[in-house]
Structure formats: C-alpha cells, structure tokens
Design a protein around this ligand. Structure first.
Ligand code: PRT
Ligand code: ZN
Length: 221
C-alpha cells in the first residue's frame, strides 16, 4: 500500500478558516489537530493539513511545500499579477464562501462621477497589482500607495486621497468616512493546486477529495 499523502494548506485562523474547516467537515472529514499546532491530519483520508497565514498559502502551494490549498481569490490573483512565482499554482474551483469585494472607496463628501476623478490622486491599498490593473483598464493615471493594513485610515491621515480595500458589509468604510465607488475585483474562497503532475496515488486522493467537495457544493446550491 502506498503511504503517499496529499498536503493541504488552509488558513490557521481568520475569515477563511471557519469556512475551510466547515467545508472539510461537510465532506465527512475530521482533522486531528492540537491547539496552535501547524499541522493536522485528516482521519478518513490520507491528507495532511498545514495551518498557515492566508498570505503564505499561494507560495507554499506554488513552491510544492503543499499540493493544494484554500485561499481568497483576491490574494491568489494579486500574487499572479505581481508575477512573483516562476510556476504559480493553478485555480481549481470556487468554493462559495468568504465572499467579498475589492473596492475603490472615496471620502463621503466626494461627488464621484467616474474613474477619471481618480486621475492624479493617491490610492492606498494592500492589493497594488489588482488596483493598478483596474486603473490601467480604466485608462486612469493614479499613484498607488502600498499599505499592509489599516488602509481605511489613510485618507484621514492624508497619506492618500482614496483607498482600494476589501469590503464585506461596508461598515468599516462607513466608520471611516468613506463610501464605495467602484468594484475592482469580486472574490471568494478558492481551491488551488500546484502546477506539478501528481503521482497516480496522490491524484487518486485528490480526485476523491474533489468528488466530496463537489457533492457538498451541489447540496449547498
Ligand atoms: O492572519 P492571516 O494573515 O491569516 O489573516 P488576515 O488577517 O490577513 O486575513 P483575514 O482572515 O482578515 O481575511 C482572509 C480572507 O478573507 C481575505 O483575503 C478575503 O479573501 C476574505 N474576506 C472576506 C475578507 C473579508 N471578507 C473582510 N471583510 N478579508 C478582509 N475583510 C476586512 C477588510 O480588509 C476590512 O478591514 O474586513 C474589513 C471590512 O469588512 P466590512 O464588513 O466592515 O466591510
Ligand atoms: Zn493575511
């Protein structure tokens, strides 16, 4: 018997992790995992689970430290566009949870009447590649200011004129005197896999997992 195991990366804790654990549970899979541990093991199938920061998941999968992973499409596409991996991971399927939008948002007092209003303005974001791609598609020339976190405070601190940030309910923008003005990217959790060919044993585990995931997603429709 083969002792090959499929290595799955998921977010340790945060907005993707509950949905990821729930999906695996709905697939009939239980993960044995110690508190604060980096690894888990699926009981019912030969799958090892690695618990990571979401931002590290595309690189772990691209570099073959893991075979597959669950990550936000926003994070995955940002890395793809920025071209940092020679052989990036591939998107396998959308998983239907952790839905959100990357949105341009401006001070509430702006009477926004189209993307050209952003010309010559400074836009703060944690997603410079996605933001620049959108600005380019709109033929608008703005300055993109990279911020790792707390993007929504940038206009108040006069670091930027507008922001491009992840929005779910809109409450964070509202609390910071900002309003959404355009959608740059629609996101949800996705399954990714590395570009290498799996061994037949690994491919069989992957196919069995995909079958379970597809069954769960169909029942959720
Ligand atoms: O610790 P780690 O690095 O793993 O996690 P993280 O803090 O970087 O990410 P996390 O857990 O916040 O988000 C992980 C992924 O969840 C994101 O990459 C998105 O794909 C997805 N997601 C879904 C969201 C949101 N909804 C969301 N609302 N990610 C972030 N937010 C933030 C947003 O940045 C803003 O600060 O929530 C705030 C806005 O929420 P509303 O409801 O006020 O609009
Ligand atoms: Zn993160």
């Amino acid at each position: 018997m083969s002792d090959e195991r499929l290595r799955l990366a998921i977010q340790k804790s945060g907005r993707l992790s509950d949905g990821s654990f729930e999906l695996l549970k709905s697939c009939g899979l239980t993960i044995s995992r110690g508190r604060d541990k980096l690894y888990g093991r699926v009981q019912e199938m030969p799958i090892d689970v690695m618990l990571l920061r979401d931002d590290d998941i595309p690189a772990f999968v691209a570099d073959n430290a893991c075979d597959i992973g669950i990550v936000g499409q926003n994070v995955f596409e940002e890395e793809l566009l920025s071209g940092i991996h020679d052989t990036p991971a591939n998107e396998v399927m959308e998983l239907g949870f952790a839905r959100c939008r990357l949105m341009l948002a401006a001070p509430k007092e702006w009477s926004f009447d189209g993307a050209t209003m952003l010309a010559g303005k400074r836009i703060a974001t944690s997603y410079p590649a996605l933001t620049k791609a959108w600005l380019e598609a709109e033929s608008v020339d703005s300055k993109v200011v990279m911020m790792k976190g707390s993007v929504e405070v940038a206009p108040r601190l006069k670091i930027a004129d507008a922001v491009c940030d992840i929005v779910s309910t809109g409450a964070t923008l509202d609390a910071n005197g900002l309003k959404p003005v355009a959608t740059v990217f629609e996101s949800q959790a996705i399954l990714i896999r590395n570009a290498l060919k799996f061994s037949p044993e690994k491919q069989a585990i992957f196919d069995a997992l995909l079958k379970r995931i597809n069954g769960v997603l169909r029942s959720r429709d």
